[in-house]
Design a protein around this ligand. Structure first.
Ligand SMILES: [Zn+2]
Length: 432
């Protein structure tokens, strides 16, 4: 986006491929050590907290508390194995120049000539390969872990078909997307940052505008909420807070998962409310109204706009880094590419999924901090409309269904959690 300072230009031209590779690898390792340390803190706290803490007693029963602990310990054990595996894969990719080797292979076997065709073939091999090497973890999580705790409702055939269909669609859509991206980068020259920013912002706006009415209901799982007291009450509440209600829908989610939720969508003018059918079965009508009042709080405080601004800052940082590095030969050589081979899309992938690992991690932590603050604000909005007790009831119900973790290491929460711990939310709701 912005022009580079002479200092950074000088720095980039002097760096050698070996030290650049080591630098990227150090960032990935440092991030791994830090995140594993945080997970280890949370894991040991969960393991040792066999006695149910006093503030948890009203939220759940000792049986569910124990189940929640065991569920999270199982999840974290899987997480430790998966993270270590991912670290090994990233290290091997950098140390053995695997990206460049796959590139050379793609060049030989691609049906379409040129950088666009080779990039597409490269992505077919890479995406399919990584889906399958991580498949044992996904299978274990879905069919062993989630099954053990009664969360998984998805049959194996649907699971496998979902993966294959997603991959096929992805590969078909990738070809024109890559063609547009690569041609744009090549044509934009020095204006590449500005062009990419405009394009991604337009795409994001388009997606946000069409998501609630076109994309989200595409799987046919939406039905309007039937006429009745609940619908009347929701409309009444929307009128009271001034929410521009455009429709209330139930999303059939129990087919695939039993985690419960509700949200609103729509950019300008009227907005749709979507309730997961699982929410309707576990919460009372008053509790559902309290959850919606919390959602209205997000709308009233313009939380989506704040998230968009935060995301724009991250987007501008990423695009600026890309415009500084996409024509930087040393970066490609550090990944094992021969001199003169600088495929622009691979440059973007190297930047976002290897170079920026520590930055992405810090950005996620900052976004989570913003999100936790917004959750407290939305809760307080529900309190203003006299919904504190119903919201407490709803939170307890949602917790039971979700087996959300109950013991928290504060450092772990501040890094990873987008929502404040349930016990702290209840306490804050009671204080007002
Ligand atoms: Zn919320």
């Amino acid at each position: 986006m912005t022009d580079m300072s002479p200092w950074s230009k000088n720095f980039l031209s002097k760096a050698n491929p070996k030290s650049v590779a080591s630098c990227i690898l150090s960032g990935i390792w440092l991030d791994y050590i830090w995140e594993t340390y945080l997970c280890f803190r949370q894991f040991s706290l969960t393991r040792s907290a066999k006695e149910m803490p006093r503030n948890i007693a009203e939220i759940t029963t000792p049986e569910i508390y124990t189940l929640s602990r065991l569920y999270h310990m199982d999840q974290m054990k899987l997480g430790f194995a998966k993270d270590l595996f991912a670290l090994t894969v990233s290290t091997a990719i950098i140390r053995h120049g695997i990206l460049a080797k796959v590139w050379a292979l793609s060049e030989r076997i691609t049906p379409f000539r040129g950088e666009i065709g080779t990039t597409w073939m490269w992505s077919v091999i890479f995406t399919t390969g990584s889906t399958f090497i991580y498949l044992p973890f996904t299978l274990y999580e879905t069919f062993v872990l989630e099954n053990k705790y009664g969360f998984n409702n998805i049959p194996f055939e649907i699971f496998l078909t979902d993966i294959i269909i997603t991959l096929i669609f992805l590969h078909i859509l990738n070809l024109p997307a890559y063609a547009v991206f690569i041609s744009l980068v090549k044509l934009s020259g020095d204006k590449v940052g500005l062009v990419l920013w405009l394009l991604s912002t337009l795409a994001l706006l388009g997606l946000t505008a069409t998501f609630p009415t076109l994309i989200d209901p595409m799987d046919g799982s939406f039905t309007p909420l039937p006429e009745g007291k609940l619908k009347d009450d929701i409309e009444q509440l929307a009128r009271t807070v001034g929410f521009p209600l455009g429709g209330i829908y139930i999303k059939d989610s129990s087919q695939r998962t039993s985690h419960a939720n509700a949200y609103f969508a729509g950019m300008f003018g009227s907005k749709r409310i979507v309730l997961y059918d699982t929410l309707l079965t576990i919460c009372t009508p008053n509790e559902i109204l309290a959850i919606l009042c919390h959602e209205f709080g997000h709308w009233k405080h313009k939380h989506i706009a704040a998230r968009i601004v935060a995301f724009q800052i991250y987007l501008i940082l990423t695009i600026s880094m890309y415009s500084w590095t996409y024509r930087w030969p040393t970066l490609y050589q550090a990944m094992g590419f021969p001199i003169g081979v600088e495929p622009v899309l691979i440059g973007l992938m190297v930047l976002t999924s290897l170079v920026m690992v520590p930055i992405n991690s810090i950005a996620t932590c900052l976004l989570n901090t913003l999100s936790r603050h917004q959750e407290y604000q939305a809760d307080q909005f529900a309190v203003q409309f006299g919904k504190a007790n119903d919201l407490i009831g709803a939170l307890k119900q949602l917790h039971k269904g979700n087996l959300a973790d109950l013991v928290y290491d504060p450092l772990y929460v501040s890094w990873y959690h987008s929502h404040p711990p349930i016990a702290e939310r209840i306490e804050a709701l009671r204080q007002k």
